[in-house]
Design a protein around this ligand. Structure first.
Ligand code: PLP
Length: 339
């Protein structure tokens, strides 16, 4: 694997990992001949302490990808439909197909919010909502998700991978509505993407069903130790960096606007910029300045900017300002080269 000078392509934590997690891994390493807890009970209690959810409402997994896959299997049957917003997290249609369900994309509204009526019209058994949404960074209004959950017997999966960078969370809805599952991860704000730890909060019956279709021992001992330490000892580290991300995000978006670009309002640790020829620009940024950003093409044109860019856009992770400055220099050069 070649190491890139500046990798702003995958929304992982550019400040590293919580020191308490690194220490916990070192302490735990010598115990690797032993099996971990089958259902990560210690971690569930730590997640309970962080989120306010009772441990029996929590299910953990090998990354939130594992939890999403298991939730799809637990809540749908082969042949059912799974409605997703478009554009949204690319893995979800794959999890639908892997489990024999048919993904049905439903365009976001022009403001980047969810279209409740259109989602309900799909007659889907599972409705997936990502807020803040990857790749757009936009938030879904809590009122709309609550209205959606109330008007359907479908399971509503709310992916909050970026909740720590946003103002609001729908966690309470998962604790009060039987058909809502909120999925979270330790991969972004908590800086532990390589360890693969995710979790969901749902009513205890549904949480157990998700756990049952998935099976035991999915969170390994080092990941368990690191995630528990991060949650119990290093929330300050996480919050300091999440707050820094919010400030840098504002500053970076302003720099993009000064260049005549139109980034969408972001509540996540990345900024989404509709931009024609985004794929060629990303290749040039990488080749000339060793800056990696994520390019999208052929996206659903849910607003005017995406219609103007022919459905192309860049998604740029928020890192320390020197990295964002390098990205701006690389972007300026690449736009001239690709004009
Ligand atoms: C990054 C991301 C995840 C996290 O996946 P993990 O498997 O926990 O690393 C989940 N959902 C979305 C929308 C993401 O962007």
């Amino acid at each position: 694997m070649t190491m890139l000078a500046t990798d702003l392509s995958d929304n992982t934590n550019r400040w590293g990992m919580p020191p308490a997690a690194a220490r916990a891994i070192a302490e735990q390493a010598g115990q690797s001949m032993r099996y971990p807890e089958a259902y990560a009970d210690t971690l569930k209690r730590a997640i309970g302490g962080y989120t306010g959810a009772p441990p029996e409402a929590v299910v953990t997994g090998c990354g939130s990808d594992d939890v999403l896959d298991a939730a799809v299997r637990a809540c749908g049957d082969p042949g059912d439909r799974l409605a997703t917003c478009d554009p949204s997290f690319v893995m979800v249609p794959q999890f639908a197909r892997l489990n024999g369900l048919t993904p049905i994309p439903v365009s976001l509204t022009s403001s980047g919010d969810i279209d409740v009526t259109a989602l309900l019209r799909t007659q889907a058994r599972i409705i997936y909502v990502c807020s803040p949404n990857n790749p757009t960074g936009t938030v879904t209004s809590c009122a709309r998700v609550a209205a959606l959950a109330e008007s359907t017997s479908a399971t509503v999966i709310v992916d909050e991978a970026y909740a720590e960078f946003a103002r609001e969370s729908l966690l309470d809805l998962a604790l009060t509505r039987p058909n809502v599952v909120v999925v979270r991860t330790m991969s972004k704000a908590f800086g532990l993407a390589g360890l693969r730890v995710g979790y969901a909060v749902a009513n205890p019956g549904l949480a157990r069903e998700i756990e049952t279709v998935r099976g035991p021992y999915k969170v390994n001992a080092l990941a368990l130790a690191a995630a528990t330490a991060a949650l119990e000892e290093d929330l300050g580290w996480m919050r300091t960096h999440a707050s820094l991300v919010r400030d840098l995000r504002t500053r970076f978006a302003a720099a993009l606007c000064e260049r005549g670009l139109t980034p969408l309002p972001s509540a996540a640790n990345f900024v989404f910029v509709p931009l024609a020829s985004a794929d060629r620009i990303a290749v040039a940024m990488r080749a000339v300045d060793a800056v990696a950003v994520r390019a999208f093409t052929g996206l659903c044109r849910f607003n005017e900017e995406l219609a103007a860019s022919d459905g192309a856009a860049l998604r740029i992770t928020i890192g320390p300002w020197d990295e964002l400055e390098r990205a701006l220099v690389a972007l300026d050069r690449a736009r001239i080269a690709c004009a």
